[in-house]
Design a protein. Structure first.
Length: 132
């Protein structure tokens, strides 16, 4: 029993010493304020994920001085099919301050016009009256 305990403790000690520190993630680089390093890493990646592209866009905006054109290019890379939510995230991030992002268009026939629906109003007395 003592032999097994010593073996397990030795293996755990060797495993902890042998662990090589891995490179920080893109998220960790962003949180540490290493925006230039983040942009270099994402640009060097063959096919970065949408999360990395999104953080690269924000990192470009936080450079000194901010690189708005590079940020717009990163966010434009998030564009794709209308079924992918990253498309709308990229559009929203590219909207200039004070400018609303384009509203999604509802398919035709999916919503009844409000004039054909019944609606209720609450009078001051608390009773509900229905109108056609």
């Amino acid at each position: 029993m003592l032999t097994w305990t010593l073996t397990i403790v030795t293996l755990l000690s060797v495993n902890q010493v042998a662990q090589v520190p891995s490179e920080p993630t893109v998220q960790k680089l962003f949180e540490a304020g290493q925006y230039a390093g983040l942009l270099e890493r994402v640009a060097a990646t063959e096919a970065p994920g949408p999360e990395a592209i999104y953080l690269a866009g924000h990192a470009a905006r936080r450079l000194t001085p901010p690189d708005q054109e590079q940020a717009r290019n990163w966010f434009a890379r998030l564009g794709g099919e209308e079924t992918d939510y990253w498309t709308f995230v990229g559009r929203s991030a590219n909207a200039t301050p004070g400018e609303a992002a384009p509203a999604p268009v509802a398919p035709r026939g999916s919503v009844k016009p409000w004039t054909t629906q019944r609606w209720a109003t609450v009078a001051c007395s608390g009773s509900i009256r229905y109108a056609a």
